[in-house]
Design a protein around this ligand. Sequence first.
Ligand code: PHE
Length: 339
Amino acid sequence: MDEAIKRIKKDFNSQLEIASSSSEIDQIKVRFLGKKGPIQDLMRSLKDVSREERPKVGKMINDLKEELSHSCQHTFDALLHKEEKIKLESQKMDVTLPGRKRFLGRPHPITQIVTDILAIFKEMGFSIQYGPNIESDFYNFESLNFPEDHPARDMQDTFYFSKEMLLRTHTSNIQVRLMEKEDLPIRVACPGKAFRNENISARSHVFFHQIEGVYIDKGVSFGDLLATLKAFFSKIFKREIKMRFRASYFPFVEPGLEADIECLVCSAKGCKICKETGWLEVAGAGMIHPNVLKAGKIDPEEYSGFAWCFGIERLQMLLHNIKDIRLFTENDQRFLSQF
Ligand code: PHE
């Protein structure tokens, strides 16, 4: 019996020694102390032991049983503790680390100013519409009273897809489209891109944004046009703005004009930006030419109207003293994040 007990102990200890996880200890426990284990075998063999010896041998077996289960429990606890520590260790986090900064997106400066401009147009009773970027020669030029040989039609200025189709060179392409589909009176603003085949520089780009305003009704006068322009620019600059109007030529208006505002950079004293004149050109405008009204199936004897348009980049450049138009298309966060 002594021999058997020694062997079991030795066996047990060598297994316990190499166990590396608490679940392995569970298995060892079942193996040695379970119903099919060697200790139960010993218990069963007790019946073959003589009566006198039986209590002594019984106690030896019980002691062994207790010793093994105690060892198991002890090792199990130690391993479990170690395992939990490792697990906790792996979940550890440094609460003193600084947080990760999240960057909030925002509308592009062009989108921002278009939103402001449209709000003013809406307040003045204009609705908003969008014309196509890819346009026919008819809506971009012919219906707008451009003579066949007008230099703006030249390959130098216009991106042509074919003789008939092109990228619109101005948002004025919406004028006759509006006349064809809208009921009178018409009072619409149209923001969008315009494209011109020019050299890219700090002052000009091959594509830029414009907003066109079109107003047609009975009895619309030249005075209405001037008053609308003045009201608009005072609203966008949030103060009374001095304006100056110069006669100018666009085939689709008569009379045509260019509108200047007082130079905001030098308070009209004269600087580099206004070329020492104290004035900045901001818009082209005029009374819609009778030929254009006719192209839009509107009787020029009965109706009159005005149209005007300005470059959005240019306005944003004036508002924020930006010196290079290319900044708007370069996606440089150092520039964009300032708006
Ligand atoms: N379409 C003209 C341009 O892009 C501007 C303009 C619009 C002039 C409406 C008169 C009336 O230069």
